[in-house]
Design a protein around this ligand. Structure first.
Ligand code: AVI
Length: 323
């Protein structure tokens, strides 16, 4: 794997300290979910994907593997593939393998974590005719780099799998898709994975598993603040909370303070008080409907070319084409 050059305006540690400061100073405390994914958080997320209650990842992989031929059949050749948040690369394997049967393919995974890029490259290393160029950037910056590198006449396929779009704030998903569209040319494709609305108890159990892995994943955010920013959160005094917000069709994850307490985060220059029962909002997991996906596509300047839905765990893979 080759790597594109990185340009970061502000050091990641300073950004983390500043985001913690502003998130915990808000009247309704919140922390960005992107900070879940340090080494421990990423390992806990891998474990979540194996939980019996969390059907999302298995559904995503099932829809992709059952429909690989049809998906690939709808993508023009030659093609450049870019994936937003490649993760381990496991999900993408089959699609890339099938695309490579038609000729050489360049694959540009975009990730802020160099470790994730390295494990993705190791996972996909054996696919013949695939050249991998890791892009260590934020999604939109990375996509800009990929779009600028495309040879004349090449089609661009963007992969955004795993329902990561559902973790954007309400309304930010539509804005993000418009920005992605802005980097593409008419006829380019976006394959988007979205978790669909299902029974509320099923959705809640997926984020409140009986082994407590999701609780550990959520609490690790406080533990990360303690480790990296000299915080003094007492993890025994907070508990994981998952609830369904009907109005936004989202499972929300929070960390609930079990008592009145004061917390310091030295590197953020922050001292804050928690009331008993007060929460920090840590994640939004939006659950979509198919008509909503079609509206999102149209509003962003795409049409839905095709859609595949898993019946066991309602989850949609939608192929958008830029208008
Ligand atoms: C990464 N993302 C799609 C997961 C989700 O289901 O929204 C993150 C997650 N949070 C708790 N469990 C899994």
């Amino acid at each position: 794997m080759t790597m594109a050059a990185t340009a970061t305006a502000i050091a990641p540690q300073e950004q983390f300290a500043s985001d913690v400061r502003s998130g915990l100073a808000k009247p309704r405390k919140e922390l960005p979910s992107k900070y879940f994914y340090d080494a421990l958080g990423s390992a806990l997320f891998e474990a979540i994907c194996l939980l019996p209650e969390y059907g999302l990842t298995r559904a995503d992989e099932r829809v992709l593997s059952r429909n690989t031929r049809e998906i690939v059949g709808r993508i023009p050749h030659p093609v450049l593939v870019s994936e937003l948040g490649s993760g381990s690369g496991r999900k993408t394997r089959q699609i890339l393998g099938a695309l490579c049967k038609r000729g050489p393919v360049s694959y540009y995974p975009i990730e802020i974590s160099p470790k994730a890029l390295a494990s993705c490259a190791a996972e996909l290393d054996d696919i013949d005719c695939l050249s991998i160029v890791g892009i260590e950037r934020e999604y939109l910056d990375g996509l800009q780099t990929v779009a600028a590198a495309r040879p004349p006449g090449a089609h661009l396929l963007v992969l955004f799998l795993g329902s990561t779009i559902g973790n954007f704030d309400t309304g930010a998903d539509a804005k993000f898709l418009r920005e992605v569209r802005g980097k593409l040319r008419p006829g380019d494709s976006l394959l988007l994975g979205t978790d669909l609305v299902k029974r509320v108890d099923v959705m809640l159990e997926a984020y409140n598993d009986s082994l407590g892995v999701t609780a550990a994943f959520n609490l690790n955010l406080l533990s990360r603040i303690n480790r990296e920013l000299e915080g003094d959160f007492d993890l025994h005094q907070f508990e994981h909370l998952a609830r369904f917000n009907d109005a936004t069709s989202s499972v929300e994850m929070h960390l609930l303070s079990k008592r009145r307490q004061m917390v310091h985060v030295r590197q953020s220059g922050l001292v804050t008080t928690f009331e008993e029962g007060e929460t920090i909002w840590t994640e939004t997991c939006h659950k979509y409907t198919c008509p909503e996906i079609a509206r999102l596509a149209a509003a962003a300047g795409f049409r839905v070319e095709a859609q595949w839905v898993d019946e066991t765990w309602p989850f949609a893979e939608s192929l958008f084409v830029a208008e």
